[in-house]
Design a protein around this ligand. Structure first.
Ligand code: NAD
Length: 355
């Protein structure tokens, strides 16, 4: 067994409703909470599909905030929280990707309300106690049980509308949570088992979606993998991969999911030395001989991005990025070495296979 039998299993309760068409059950789930006033956080796109949640029937929606954007800027969080207070909302229905869910979490930090999440991407935030808010001074992140949704309604017909490039990068972003859970300092055997299952489901499903975007089974399998990876993100600390992506996204404004997609094989390659058993589990879950190279080939094979230079990174910033990664202190199975991180970034920048 790769994960040592020495652990704390700390799972916050959540009710998960999963299945095609289950979005219509959202209203009944809200009713079952026994609370009165619903505010929805979403985007302009989500607002157009809101009627599909069946909430209109209950007459409980007191406000809809459709200004969710990536990384939850503080001013948006403040505006949405003020609206929730003014409307007397005690349930926030987060309908959208990580941005809509992140905004609901920011509200729940400041205002007494529970969250029902209806995710439309594979980002995984709906399963976690983790929040992030961007201020002028950078991104503040933390853990708080109040921000974890009480109910999550997963409907693969919602994620099936993602354009294929978004579905793929969102899926590899999701896979990254499960990969890092396998070598986390607080890894436990239950989370590791689910992480492996998540990687297998996502690896299989994303190749299925790339080959046949209309394949409903592949969409359901990808969302199932995303649910499991979200679980792992809630229960295990993240390492080098997430810190690299945090630096690249936060300091150079690179897009979240494509950045994760490009970096993941390189982070796996880096951690081969420090966590050989965990990386062997990744290879086994993906059905490949070499986890880093195998995943790189899968990503390239489905046509997802493999080079940071193609998503807005400037080569002149690679040195600074390596320095910023070294400034952060966190657990990672392979010790951080500035020259090796710089070489990793160079390979990721040019789209070369991982070392
Ligand atoms: P997102 O929510 O910003 O959505 C990306 C784009 O896809 C948006 O333009 C959105 O309108 C569109 N979209 C969403 N669903 C769609 C669908 N079904 N069909 C068509 N278009 C759709 O991006 P994301 O990748 O889901 O989330 C990223 C954010 O989530 C980041 O801010 C990240 O930091 C955060 N995040 C937080 C956690 C956590 O645990 N706190 C976990 C993962 C991600």
């Amino acid at each position: 067994m790769a994960t040592p039998l020495d652990f704390v299993f700390d799972q916050a309760p959540v009710r998960v409703v999963f299945g095609a068409g289950k979005r219509a059950q959202c209203a009944a789930e809200v009713d079952a909470l026994g609370r009165g006033n619903v505010m929805v956080t979403t985007t302009a796109r989500g607002r157009k599909h809101l009627s599909e949640l069946g909430l209109g029937m209950s007459g409980r929606v007191v406000d809809v905030f459709d200004g969710s954007v990536q990384h939850v800027p503080e001013r948006v969080a403040k505006a949405a929280t003020a609206r929730a207070r003014a409307a007397g909302a005690d349930v926030i229905v987060a309908f959208g990707g990580g941005s809509a869910i992140g905004l609901a979490k920011a509200i729940a930090l400041e205002h007494d309300a529970v969250i029902v999440a209806v995710p439309t991407t594979y980002a995984g935030s709906e399963m976690t106690r983790v929040f992030g808010i961007t201020t002028d001074g950078g991104k503040l992140t933390g853990r708080d049980p109040r921000v974890k949704p009480q109910v999550v309604v997963y409907d693969p017909q919602l994620t099936a509308t993602m354009p294929v490039p978004l579905a793929l990068t969102s899926g590899f972003n999701s896979m990254a949570h499960a990969v890092e859970a396998l070598y986390a300092e607080n890894a436990d055997p239950i989370t590791s088992t689910l992480a492996k299952q998540s990687i297998t489901a996502l690896g299989h499903a994303l190749q299925g979606i790339a080959g046949d975007p209309g394949n409903a089974d592949a969409h359901a399998e990808a969302l199932y993998g995303a649910f499991l990876s979200g679980w792992t993100l809630d229960n295990a600390g993240m390492g080098l991969h997430h810190k690299l992506c945090h630096v690249l996204g936060g300091s150079y404004n690179l897009p979240h999911a494509p950045t994760h997609t490009i970096v993941l094989p390189h982070a796996i390659g880096y951690n081969q030395v420090g966590a050989p058993d965990a990386i062997a589990s990744v290879a086994e879950a993906l059905g490949v001989d070499d986890a880093a190279r195998g995943l790189f080939d899968i990503i390239a094979g489905v046509g997802a991005p493999t080079a940071l230079k193609d998503i807005g990174m400037a080569e002149a910033d690679l040195d600074e990025a390596a320095d910023l990664v070294m400034q952060r202190r966190y657990h990672n199975p392979t010790p951080l070495d500035r020259d090796k991180i710089r070489a990793l970034l160079d390979n990721a920048y040019h789209g070369r296979p991982p070392a």
